[in-house]
Design a protein around this ligand. Structure first.
Ligand SMILES: *Cc1c(COP(=O)(O)O)cnc(C)c1O
Length: 551
C-alpha cells in the first residue's frame, strides 16, 4: 500500500464529490446488508448463530493484524460478516432496555464521528460544547431545575452518572478528600432493587462495599423510606457519616419509583437532628427520568387522546417523577428511552457550581483550557478526552420534541397494559410481579402448581418453596433463551428480595421480563408474542412431566 492509498482511507480534504460518493456507497452497502436480513417476525437479523464453547478461543488463535491492508471492499465484507444473527429491535424484541437507535440519533452520532472533535475543550470541539450546553439547559428546564444554576455533562452511562454523583457527594462534605483521601466512616444508601452501579462506585472510590447500606423495598418495589430512616440513624449513632443516597426512579427490572420527596425529607430531618452536612441525593433516573416528558401534560384535556387507562397510568408515574428536581443530581440515559445510540448519557447537577470542587487546577492542565481563547473546558469530568455524544442527544430532542417522546413513552405503557391483561387470560399459573408499577416493563413468574406470588411477596413462603419456584422459572428462561431469535424475552434472577418464614435473610425472586422497547411493538404485536410464549410454556410443562415421571 503506497502513501496515496493510505490517504484514500480518509474522507477528502477538499470536499470533492467523487470521494463523497465513495463514502456514501460504503454506508449504503452497510445499510443494504442489514436491510436484507430484516424480518419483522424475528428478533434477529437472519438466523441466530450458535457459538461453540471454543468460539472465542478460535478467534484468539486466528486473529492478527494483516501485513497489508486488505482493501476497502474486502474490509467491508469482513465487517458485515458480523451482522447476520445479530439481535434486532423488531416488534418481537422485548428483552430489556436495549433500544433501536433512531435516525436523528444515528445522524447526530455520525456528525460526531465526521467532525471528530474532542468534547474536552471548545477549542477542539466547538460543536460538542454548544450541543452539550444546549441539551443540559433543555433537560434542566424539563425536570424543573433552574437552568441558570444547574450544569452537567455527557458521560459513560447511568453508571458513570451514579459514580459522578458520588464523587460530588464526597467533595461537598470533604473538599480536601482529593488530597488527603477519604475518611473511613462514610456510608451510602440505596434500595435493594437499585442498579449495581452504586456497588461498583463505592468499591472504586474506596468507600468499600461494607459501607453500602441496602434499604428494604415495598410491594411496589420502591424504597421503604422508614427503613432508610432507621438504617441512616443507626449508622449515624455509630459514628458513621451518610454522604450519598441513590433514589432509583424507575428500577431496571420492575420500574419501581422511589419517593424522592420522602427520601429528601428523611435526609434533611436526620442531618438537622444530628448537626451533619446535607446528604447528596442522586436520582438514578437513567431509565425512568424520560417520563418527565409528561410533567406538563394536561391529563384532563388529554390532547394526545390517550386511552383512559394509559392516561391514568401516566398520571400515576408523574406523581412520583415530578419530584426529580428535588435531587441534587440525576441522569438521563439517552441510549435508553432517549432513542439515541450508545453511549449517550447525560449527568445533571442541580447546583452546577459544586462541580468546581472536582475541577483540576490550571497548573495541572498545561495544554488545554485557561487560555484567552476557548471558554469551555470540562476539567471536572473523570474522562479526559470526551466524545461529543451530545450531538446525538441534541438531534433526537429536536426531531422528537416533547410530543414525539410522549407518543413513544405512552405506547410502552399501552403495550404493557394490554400484555398484562392478555397474559393472565392466556396462560394459567402465572403471576405478574410488578403489578403496581405501570410503565414499560412487565415482570412475571410461572408456577409448577398454583400461583404463590401473594404468599411470596408478603413474606409467608418458605425458602424451599421459593427455591422450587425459582428453579421452575430458570429452566424456562433457558428454553426461552434458546428461541430468542423468534421472540426475545428478558429475565432476571433477582427482580426483588422477599422475606421468608424460615430465616431472617431475604430471598431473591426470579422472573421473566417483557420490556417493550421497540417502536414497532404495538398492541397488535401482543397476541402473536403471547401465542409464542404459550406454546413454549406448554412444551416446557410437557417436558418437565416426562422428566419427572422418569424419576
Ligand atoms: C441502565 C441503568 C443504569 C446503568 O446505566 P448504563 O448506561 O448501562 O451505565 C443505572 N441505573 C439504572 C436505573 C439503569 O436503568
Amino acid at each position: 500500500m503506497n502513501f496515496q492509498e493510505v490517504q484514500s482511507l480518509f474522507p477528502s480534504e477538499d470536499g470533492n464529490e467523487e470521494r463523497r460518493k465513495q463514502l456514501l456507497g460504503f454506508v449504503e452497502k452497510m445499510i443494504q446488508t442489514i436491510d436484507s436480513l430484516k424480518d419483522p417476525q424475528r428478533a434477529t437479523l437472519g438466523p441466530m448463530r450458535e457459538r461453540s464453547d471454543d468460539f472465542y478461543k478460535q478467534l484468539i488463535r486466528t486473529s492478527k493484524v494483516p501485513e497489508q491492508g486488505i482493501g476497502m471492499q474486502q474490509m467491508l465484507e469482513e465487517l458485515l460478516q458480523l451482522v447476520p444473527g445479530h439481535p434486532y429491535h423488531t416488534r418481537n424484541f422485548v428483552t430489556n432496555v436495549l433500544p433501536m437507535a433512531s435516525i436523528p440519533g444515528i445522524l447526530g452520532a455520525l456528525l460526531t464521528t465526521l467532525l471528530n472533535g474532542n468534547n474536552l475543550w471548545d477549542v477542539y470541539g466547538p460543536a460538542g460544547a454548544e450541543a452539550e450546553v444546549r441539551v443540559i439547559a433543555m433537560m434542566s428546564k424539563l425536570v424543573g431545575y433552574d437552568e441558570k444554576q444547574s450544569w452537567g455533562y455527557t458521560t459513560w452511562g447511568g453508571q458513570g452518572a451514579v459514580f459522578s454523583g458520588l464523587r460530588l457527594a464526597i467533595a461537598k462534605q470533604f473538599p480536601h478528600a482529593k488530597e488527603k483521601g477519604i475518611p473511613n466512616n462514610l456510608y451510602c444508601f440505596a434500595s435493594e432493587n437499585a442498579h449495581y452501579s452504586l456497588l461498583k462506585s463505592v468499591e472504586a472510590t474506596g468507600i468499600g462495599s461494607d459501607h453500602l447500606v441496602l434499604v428494604r423495598t415495598q410491594k411496589d418495589h420502591s424504597m421503604d423510606v422508614a427503613d432508610l430512616q432507621a438504617k441512616m440513624e443507626a449508622v449515624i449513632q455509630k459514628g458513621g457519616i451518610p454522604v450519598y443516597v441513590v433514589a432509583t426512579t424507575g428500577t431496571t427490572d420492575s420500574f419501581g419509583i422511589d419517593d424522592i420527596q420522602a427520601i429528601k425529607d428523611v435526609c434533611d430531618e436526620l442531618t438537622m437532628k444530628y448537626g451533619l452536612k446535607p446528604v447528596h441525593i442522586h436520582a438514578d433516573s437513567a431509565l425512568g427520568g424520560f417520563y418527565s416528558f409528561f410533567n406538563h401534560y394536561d391529563f384532563t384535556a388529554n390532547p394526545l387522546k390517550l386511552e383512559e387507562e394509559v392516561n391514568d397510568g401516566l398520571l400515576h408515574i408523574r406523581e412520583r417523577m415530578q419530584h426529580l428536581h428535588l435531587a441534587d443530581s440525576l441522569c438521563f440515559d439517552f441510549q435508553k428511552f432517549g432513542q439515541t445510540p450508545y453511549l449517550s448519557s447525560l449527568f445533571l447537577v442541580k447546583n452546577g457550581k459544586d462541580l468546581g470542587l472536582l475541577d483540576l487546577n490550571e497548573f495541572e492542565t498545561p495544554y488545554v483550557g485557561n487560555r484567552g481563547y476557548g471558554s469551555y473546558h470540562t476539567g471536572y469530568t473523570l474522562e479526559c478526552s470526551r466524545m461529543s455524544s451530545s450531538l446525538a442527544i441534541y438531534a433526537a430532542l429536536l426531531a422528537f420534541g416533547i410530543e414525539g417522546y410522549q407518543q413513544i413513552l405512552a405506547n410502552y405503557v399501552r403495550v404493557n397494559l394490554a400484555f398484562r391483561k392478555k397474559l393472565l387470560a392466556a396462560i394459567p399459573n402465572v403471576a405478574i410481579t410488578n403489578e403496581a408499577n405501570i410503565g414499560p416493563i412487565t415482570t412475571f413468574r410461572f408456577y409448577p402448581g398454583t400461583v404463590e406470588w401473594a404468599e411470596e411477596i408478603s413474606g409467608k413462603a418458605s425458602r424451599a418453596q421459593i427455591e422450587r419456584n425459582n428453579a421452575w422459572n430458570k429452566r424456562l428462561f433457558e428454553r426461552l433463551g434458546e428461541h430468542r431469535d423468534q421472540v426475545f424475552f428478558g429475565d432476571t434472577t433477582k427482580q426483588c428480595l422477599v422475606d421468608i418464614i424460615d430465616s431472617s435473610e431475604r430471598y431473591p425472586i426470579a422472573v421473566v421480563k417483557f420490556f417493550s422497547i421497540s417502536p414497532y411493538t404495538t398492541v397488535e404485536s401482543v397476541d402473536p408474542i403471547l401465542a409464542f410464549l404459550k406454546e413454549q410454556v406448554e412444551q416446557y410443562i410437557n417436558e418437565r412431566m416426562k422428566v419427572e415421571s422418569h424419576v
